[in-house]
Structures are given as structure tokens and as C-alpha cells.
Design a protein around this ligand. Structure first.
Ligand code: 4NP
Length: 151
């Protein structure tokens, strides 16, 4: 099964770093590579948002050393599964895809829990801490399903 998983959001500082950290914590010691990227370049090289670092830490996951990077077309070849946090991210990733193989790797992450419903992981950037709790809960559920699928 697939062994290289990429999590994608807009800025790569709130949602996808959490998705990366949570999935990594569930596949440690396994031969699985997990990474994350953003569709926008605003935050390249930055650490995750403090609110994401904090909610991860409350679950004993350290994402503080991650650095934001921008999604590139090469990622569509390098990774086996590419998970978009929301529909806008999905559309932006798909717009880079040139082949059916690349296209077919791209998924809405919450479809692992609620197939075909295309539910967004809401962007928590402009909200409060509750948004980050909700994002964590959603990604915890989705990554459980991803683990079932790939291990
Ligand atoms: P993310 O959240 O896509 O989950 O990393 C955002 C981070 C930054 C911005 C928007 C969303 N921003 O507009 O700077």
C-alpha cells in the first residue's frame, strides 16, 4: 500500500502541520513518510502557528520543529496520497496535476471518515482556540482511518 503521505492546506502553519504530526505519531516505527505543504507561499520557512503547536503538545505531539513549505508539482509525483484539508486546497492541488495518476492521488481528508461528503477541515487561522480543538478532533479521526488504510 501507499507509503508516502502529504498533508496540504493553505499556509502550512495551522492544519496540515497538525495532520502531519498526528499521523506521524500513529505510524512511528513503520516505513511511512509523512510531510505537509501549503498551496500559498505566505509562510515559507515559518514554524507552525503557536495554537497548533499548543494543541499538539496537549496530546504529547511535538510539531514545533516543522517549517512551512510551498506545494510543488514534483510533490504530485513524489507522494502516493495527497490529502487536502478543504475544497479550495483540493482545487488548487488539482490545478497542478497534469496526469490522471497525479490527479487520482489527491483526496479530501475528511472523506476518509465521511466518504463522498467533501467536508472541509475549517481554516482556524482567524478564529480562537476552539477552532484548533475542533481541527485536532477532525484530524485525529481522519488519521485513524488513514492508518487503517495504509498499514
Ligand atoms: P492553514 O491556515 O492553511 O491551516 O495553515 C492559514 C494560515 C495562514 C493564512 C490562512 C490560513 N493566512 O491567510 O495567512
Amino acid at each position: 500500500m501507499s507509503k508516502k503521505i502529504l498533508m496540504v492546506c493553505l499556509g502550512n502553519i495551522c492544519r496540515s502541520p497538525l495532520a502531519e504530526g498526528i499521523l506521524k505519531s500513529k505510524v512511528s516505527n513503520k516505513n511511512i513518510i509523512v510531510d505537509s505543504a501549503g498551496t500559498a507561499a505566505y509562510h515559507i520557512g515559518k514554524s507552525p502557528d503557536k495554537r497548533s503547536i499548543d494543541i499538539a503538545e496537549q496530546h504529547n505531539i511535538d510539531i514545533s520543529l516543522q517549517k512551512a513549505r510551498e506545494l510543488s508539482v514534483n510533490d504530485l509525483d513524489d507522494f502516493d496520497l495527497i490529502y487536502a484539508m478543504d475544497k479550495t486546497n483540493f482545487d488548487n492541488i488539482i490545478s497542478l496535476a497534469e496526469t490522471d495518476l497525479q490527479h487520482n492521488k489527491v483526496r479530501m481528508i475528511m472523506n476518509e471518515v465521511y466518504p463522498n461528503e467533501n467536508i472541509d477541515v475549517p481554516d482556524p487561522y482567524y478564529g480562537g482556540d476552539k477552532g484548533f480543538h475542533d481541527v485536532y478532533k477532525m484530524l485525529d479521526k481522519a488519521t485513524d482511518k488513514i492508518v487503517d488504510k495504509i498499514l
